[in-house]
Design a protein around this ligand. Structure first.
Ligand SMILES: [Zn+2]
Length: 138
């Protein structure tokens, strides 16, 4: 932390003609300032990393055993549940025939069954009685 009273002390030393001592204190302050700027830059990077992690956590969901990332209305994935739960890594699963495989840990998962869509009453497909129509034509 910079001690701002030092700048007054340095100014007083210059005013009193003690330039060697004033320059030494000024160089110390410069060194502390550079170290403080470096620490500030490092803390900015850490903060950005935590903000990114928080953003991912807010947009991550688990559906049917797989992790999915929803960003800007687009659902991406599925991501390997093992890699995410063990190391926090979001590794997209690759489709291989009837399986999904993780290119990182090699875990193999069965393809999830498609979700059942609940259809409201009145929206069912019309069933055409084929036998009656075929019989009427004969
Ligand atoms: Zn994995």
């Amino acid at each position: 932390m910079l001690d701002y009273r030092r700048f007054k002390e340095i100014n007083d030393l210059f005013a009193a003609g003690q330039t060697v001592k004033a320059r030494r204190l000024l160089m110390e302050q410069q060194s502390k300032s550079i170290a403080l700027q470096d620490e500030n830059d490092m803390l900015h990077v850490r903060l950005k990393t935590y903000e990114d992690i928080l953003q991912v956590a807010r947009n991550l969901c688990n559906e049917r055993g797989f992790y999915w990332l929803k960003t800007d209305g687009v659902k991406q994935g599925p991501f390997c549940p093992r890699c995410y739960e063990l190391e926090g890594g979001l590794i997209r699963l690759e489709r291989r025939r009837k399986d999904l495989i993780c290119p990182c840990c090699g875990a193999v998962y069965a393809l999830p069954a498609p979700p059942e869509v609940a259809r409201p009453e009145g929206h069912r497909a019309k069933i055409i009685p084929f036998r009656q129509v075929a019989a009427a034509r004969a």
